[in-house]
Design a protein around this ligand. Structure first.
Ligand code: NAD
Ligand code: ZN
Length: 238
């Protein structure tokens, strides 16, 4: 658990920064009961990602892929944003230049009230067409038929998330890189920092703070590494 001294050092960095970027990963939603991918109880322990979260899997078996995503939607729908998500809303209000970059697709930052969000891995509450440019916000927890057909062209609709082997949304990614490179401080929360290119963002930062109960490849390189859960550490910081 982070010491009072470490927390004080992090608070000083936050107070001195004129601009702030926050990068979140699955860990910030762990205390809302949403499984992370790689930790204990991580989603990938029980499912093979290559069987579910790839374009090939969707082409082969869209029904199973959709069932998995609808199951995750149900799980997330029943969950609530936690104190960590809420602390980031408070932080956003303190900085004129603030960006929240998230690898999460769960939408809990939106539900907590964060506004300036760059979703580099897409959004589970977003659906788009595999055949045309059609897309929509989508709160459905079930459909009459799977995969749901596009209302414009009839092709199968797919979850609006980034799958393994797919590139990140170009404009969103460019904005994320620019925000990190220009910010005085980067706050990294709940990411194992193993997934490139997202982990590459941390390399662009001038100065960084990390919040994670476990050590990551970046813990030894950031200005302050705060050991602990986001729901406890972030409220203590703000
Ligand atoms: P990850 O599963 O690789 O790593 C999660 C990290 O969170 C670990 O380092 C773990 O130590 C840390 N953690 C666990 N509990 C925490 C807590 N209470 N507070 C703070 N940190 C905690 O997840 P990742 O780094 O985000 O990368 C994996 C990919 O998984 C991302 O691409 C993301 O899109 C996807 N993902 C998203 C969700 C979601 O939307 N909630 C869930 C699982 C995976
Ligand atoms: Zn279409």
């Amino acid at each position: 658990m982070a010491s009072e001294l470490e927390l004080a050092a992090a608070r000083r960095l936050l107070a001195a920064a004129g601009s702030l970027v926050v990068l979140t990963g699955a860990g910030i939603s762990a205390e809302s009961g949403i499984p992370t991918f790689r930790g204990p109880g991580g989603l990938w322990r029980n499912f093979r990602p290559e069987a579910l979260a790839t374009p090939e899997a969707f082409a082969r078996d869209p029904l199973t892929v959709w069932e998995w995503y609808l199951w995750r939607r149900g799980l997330i729908d029943a969950a609530e944003p936690n104190a960590g998500h809420r602390a980031l809303v408070t932080l956003e209000q303190r900085y004129e230049r603030f960006t929240l970059i998230t690898q999460n697709v769960d939408g809990l930052h939106d539900r907590a009230g964060s506004r300036r969000i760059l979703k580099v891995h897409g959004d589970l509450w977003h659906t788009r067409c595999t055949g045309c440019a059609y897309q929509r916000k989508d709160r459905a927890l079930a459909y009459p038929a799977l995969p749901p057909p596009c209302p414009e062209c009839g092709a199968p609709l797919r979850p609006g998330v980034v799958w393994f082997g797919e590139s990140l949304p170009r404009i969103v990614w460019a904005e994320a890189e620019r925000a990190v490179a220009q910010a005085d401080l980067l706050l990294v929360v709940g990411t194992s920092a193993q997934v490139y290119p997202a982990a590459g963002l941390i390399d662009l930062a001038r100065c960084a703070i990390e919040v994670n109960p476990a050590a990551t490849p970046f813990s030894s390189r950031v200005a302050v590494a705060l050991a602990g859960g986001a729901g406890e550490i972030l409220p203590a910081l703000v």
